[in-house]
Design a protein around this ligand. Structure first.
Ligand code: ADP
Ligand code: MG
Ligand code: MG
Length: 211
């Protein structure tokens, strides 16, 4: 059963790599307006590296926990950049929720997503309103905790992903007075935060994939 769980987790990383490749140009376009334009590339490289590391770990006979740790390390290394370090840390933290030898329950994926977001918040230190992926991830996390009843992981993730998408879109209105938004300057007003957008897309696709 632990082999089956590891295979499913590797499948999610394949999914993320496919989605990031598909969204690469658009995420790059958004990042180019207020940032340095490399968010699409960072997410595409990071997720591709993570998926390859996961496939290798699976071949080596690793369980889900080890697989996610290796995938997270590969994401950070392959992506470079701020979001790469944060997504890498999120996968490693998500891995700590799994057991290499045991199976998984309905709540395991929800707990793993929650642990991943917690790592992003702790490591990045961003607050809501700073115009970062936390603006999407924090409301996602709250909605997920409310929506999850113990069995409906896919449905709860989809519901939370809708809240995350609205919150990500709303980052376009953030003016340059707070946190990272001040660094981004007035140029970023009218454009959403690319990391918040990519976060919400990946969570929507995860929800669909689990459905
Ligand atoms: P870089 O900023 O190094 O070029 P990316 O373009 O890949 O890296 O990622 C930029 C995204 O990283 C931003 O859109 C934002 O969502 C996210 N980000 C930046 N700093 C932080 C932080 N301290 N906490 C959380 N997310 C952050
Ligand atoms: Mg960038
Ligand atoms: Mg950069």
């Amino acid at each position: 059963e632990s082999r089956e769980v590891a295979g499913k987790v590797a499948g999610v990383l394949d999914l993320f790599a496919g989605v990031c490749a598909r969204e690469e140009a658009e995420l790059g376009r958004i990042d180019a307006i207020a940032g340095d334009g490399d968010h699409g590339q960072g997410m595409a490289y990071g997720s591709k590296g993570a998926a390859a590391a996961a496939r290798q770990a699976l071949e080596d006979g690793a369980g889900a926990r080890t697989l996610l740790v290796r995938a997270g390390e590969a994401w950070s290394e392959s992506a470079g950049g701020t979001s790469g370090a944060l997504w890498g840390a999120a996968l490693i933290a998500a891995g700590a929720v799994y057991d290499d030898q045991a199976g998984a329950e309905a709540r395991t994926v929800v707990d793993a997503v929650d642990a991943g977001i917690d790592a992003i918040q702790r490591l990045g230190g961003a607050q809501v309103g700073d115009k970062t992926m936390v603006d999407a991830a924090a409301p996602f996390r709250e909605e997920l905790a409310k929506a999850f009843t113990g069995a409906n992981a896919a449905e709860a993730i989809l519901q939370a992903a809708e809240v995350a998408r609205e919150a990500a879109d709303a980052t376009a209105e953030i003016t340059a007075t707070l946190g990272r938004a001040r660094v981004l300057g007035e140029k970023s007003v009218g454009t959403p935060d690319p990391g918040a957008i990519s976060f919400s897309i990946l969570m929507r696709e995860l929800g669909r994939h689990l459905s």
